[in-house]
Design a protein around this ligand. Structure first.
Ligand SMILES: [Zn+2]
Length: 258
């Protein structure tokens, strides 16, 4: 499957793009500012999923830092106001939270077109809410796996069948190795390519919690990914695959209507 390339890539394609590795950094952690600079040193961009209600809080990115990320070409996505488990909420409360978070980000002039479900937790109501609030796609956690599990796949489709439940491998965590990540990429390549979203939480100098990885591992992964271009593998934000315009968020008076 051939993915649509940007104008620069379209002009002189060296290798046909087959696999897009989309790095997603969840929760607006303050360590992501440094992680973004590591991406930048490799000439690639990622998506940073922000809880708008936690911006400027201790251990979180500041509004100024998020604006810098946007200026540097990174993408920002929504992740609810305060990282709520959506499946604990009623359909209406899910809609109010997702829409309020997106409205807050748009008000800061931060364009957001994709969403990530906190904890990956979602149901039909969450998916409807993400669409209603103007997102073009929403990412869950899970659904992709190596090996021969009956319902699992090694890579998401370049045109995900479920745009409001885009699949991933489990989050990168403290014991994920470079070999583990390479295996996911080569499995995607062997399957003919597609979209490979990677879920990352904290990125520290040394492991700093279960859901963390190191700056060194991120840097090594990007160095290795650069060698996969000849196999048609590139690193791009999820939005480059999903496409679509920045839709307005519906008027607040409609959020509680059914
Ligand atoms: Zn999260």
């Amino acid at each position: 499957m051939v993915l649509v390339a940007g104008p620069a890539e379209a002009a002189r394609p060296k290798h046909k793009v087959k696999t897009v590795v989309a790095l997603g950094f969840d929760d607006g952690d303050s360590t992501h500012f440094k992680a973004a600079q590591i991406l930048r040193s490799h000439g690639v961009r990622g998506t940073f999923y922000i809880n708008s209600g936690d911006l400027d809080a201790k251990g979180k990115l500041t509004v100024g830092q998020v604006r810098t990320l946007v200026r540097q070409g990174h993408m920002i996505g929504g992740h609810t106001l305060h990282h709520v488990r959506l499946t604990d909420l009623t359909a209406i409360d899910q809609r109010v939270d997702i829409c309020a978070d997106r409205a807050a980000l748009l008000k800061l002039k931060i364009p957001v077109t994709t969403f990530a479900y906190p904890f990956g937790a979602n149901n039909g109501d969450s998916q409807h809410a993400a669409r209603f609030c103007g997102y073009n796609a929403a990412r869950t956690v899970g659904g992709l796996a190596l090996g021969t599990c009956g319902y699992c796949a090694p890579v998401e489709s370049a045109r995900p069948a479920q745009l409001y439940s885009v699949r991933t491998y489990g989050s990168v965590n403290h014991d994920t190795t470079l070999t583990d990540l390479k295996k996911q990429v080569t499995a995607a390549e062997r399957a003919g390519g597609g979209l490979l979203p990677v879920v990352i939480h904290k990125v520290c100098a040394r492991v700093c919690g279960d859901y963390s990885t190191t700056e060194k591992l991120l840097d090594e992964f990007l160095t290795w990914l650069d060698t996969r271009k000849k196999h048609g593998t590139v690193v791009r934000p999820l939005e480059s695959v999903i496409g679509g315009k920045v839709r307005p968020v519906p008027d607040e008076s409609t959020w509680q209507e059914f």
